[in-house]
Each structure stands twice: as structure tokens, then as C-alpha cells.
Design a protein around this ligand. Structure first.
Ligand SMILES: [Zn+2]
Length: 253
């Protein structure tokens, strides 16, 4: 199993990553893509990638919630982390109109910069999108070309999914979607082509309804196995499929 999206660098996990990784390995998880969200946590993502090189696949990006606090040279810092880590992907970045005071124009600008960088450096891109599907589609359609890209924890409609499929999108399913009230999201995943589906925990956030693993009140990344089993059953596929898809997504060209 490979976790397509988590935040092992999160301060809530601080000092316990070794223990978390050991538990993940004990249930058959072989790697995870660790997503940085701002200049503040990129050094910790880089540190984890160096300390656990066989397990942590780093990703560096500026999250829409972190744009307001970004420094004037965030983009240069991002580029430098990516050049230091040739195996790293870009993200988590994206567009969010659900947050308070969203500043959509600033978000679009930062998203465009990161998409262009993904093309230039030939890296896959992980996208966060909440209530901004129209803007996202516009950005993607206006881009001169597109990198390989993943809509992490995809909660859009089937209509948006169809448009995104045409553009080559991958979609990841998080444990949060196993909650009974998320029937609409599950219905979309049932219709998606299985070869475009990845699995993620988004740990320490997005907890499952009845998780097997806990760490305080946080979502434990070892719950990926449970997500894989339950999603595989839902769409009538083998869990091994998600591993293959994640490997295809994160191939660095
Ligand atoms: Zn995330």
C-alpha cells in the first residue's frame, strides 16, 4: 500500500514519526507521499525524506490556506526544495472558496505558478479543491499543457469529475468518505474509471468513522489499509490496483 496523501510533518505528530512509520510498515504500507503546505513545514518534510528515504516521498507546495502568510520569496524557496529533492512532487496547492475570506485571485496566481513549475520540472502535482470547481477547471483548461495531477480527497460532483477526467486527472479517496453521510461522494467514486483512483489518509486529519488505529484523537496513517479494503469492496476491485495507480501517478518523468 502507498498513501497518496498525508501530512506526517504535522506538528501534532512531532517526534512520533518513527513510531508511526513502524506501525504503517507492520500493516503492509510501503511508502507515503508527505505533503508540505508552506515554507514553515517544507524543512520538516525534507528532514523526514532524508531520515526515512525508503518510505517518505516528499512533496512541496503552498496550500491555499497558507497564502496570506507566505513570504515574498516563497516561490524561490519552493523551487530550491524541489531541485534539492529530484524525487519530490509538487503540492499540496489548489483553490478553496470554502475557507473564510478566500482571496481567489491570489489563490489563482499561486496555483498558476505551481502548475507552471510542475510542467517546467516535470513533476506530478497534488491539488486541493473545495467549492472552487469552476475556477479550477478554467485554470486547467487555460494552461498551455498539464502535468500529471491528483485531486486529493476529491469531493466534487460527477459533472466536475467528467470534465477533470478528460484532462487526465487522478482522484484520491480518503477515509472520511466512509462516513454514512458521504454517500454522494462514494457514488461518484463508483463511476470513476478504477485506473484513475488512488487512496489516501490525509492524516492527521480526515478521520474514518470506525478507525482501527488511533494516536490521541488524530487520524493514524496506518488506517490506509482499512480505507483500501473498504473502497476496494465498494468499487469491486482488488486493493493492489490502488498501489499500481499511485506508482503511475508519482512517476517522475
Ligand atoms: Zn492534505
Amino acid at each position: 500500500m502507498i498513501d497518496a496523501h498525508n501530512h506526517l510533518q504535522d506538528p501534532r505528530f512531532s517526534g512520533r514519526q518513527g513510531e508511526l512509520i513502524q506501525t504503517m510498515k507492520s500493516v503492509g504500507i510501503t511508502a507515503c507521499i508527505v505533503n508540505g503546505t508552506s515554507e514553515e513545514d517544507w524543512p520538516e518534510v525534507a528532514r523526514l525524506a532524508t531520515e526515512f528515504p525508503d518510505f517518505v516521498r516528499p512533496s512541496f507546495g503552498l496550500h491555499p490556506w497558507k497564502i496570506a502568510r507566505a513570504s515574498g520569496d516563497w516561490f524561490e524557496k519552493l523551487r530550491s526544495h524541489l531541485l534539492t529533492h529530484p524525487q519530490a512532487s509538487i503540492g499540496e496547492c489548489g483553490l478553496d472558496r470554502w475557507m473564510e475570506n478566500p482571496q481567489v485571485e491570489a489563490q489563482q496566481k499561486a496555483f498558476r505558478q505551481q502548475l507552471t513549475l510542475a510542467l517546467e520540472l516535470q513533476r506530478p502535482l497534488t491539488i486541493h479543491c473545495l467549492k472552487a470547481w469552476g475556477v479550477l477547471l478554467e485554470e486547467l483548461k487555460n494552461a498551455p499543457a498539464l502535468p500529471r495531477f491528483l485531486l486529493h480527497s476529491f469531493s466534487g460532483s460527477w459533472e466536475s469529475a467528467q470534465e477533470l477526467l478528460k484532462l487526465g486527472a487522478y482522484f484520491s479517496f480518503s477515509g472520511h468518505f466512509l462516513h454514512p453521510r458521504k454517500e454522494k461522494v462514494r457514488a461518484v467514486f463508483k463511476k470513476l474509471p478504477p485506473e484513475r483512483i488512488l487512496i489516501e489518509t490525509d492524516a492527521p486529519d480526515m478521520p474514518l468513522p470506525h478507525p482501527r488505529f488511533f494516536l490521541d484523537q488524530l487520524n493514524h496513517p496506518a488506517n490506509l489499509c482499512q480505507i483500501a479494503e473498504e473502497l476496494a469492496q465498494l468499487i469491486g476491485q482488488e486493493p493492489a490496483l490502488f498501489v499500481k495507480n499511485t506508482e503511475r501517478f508519482r512517476l517522475i518523468s
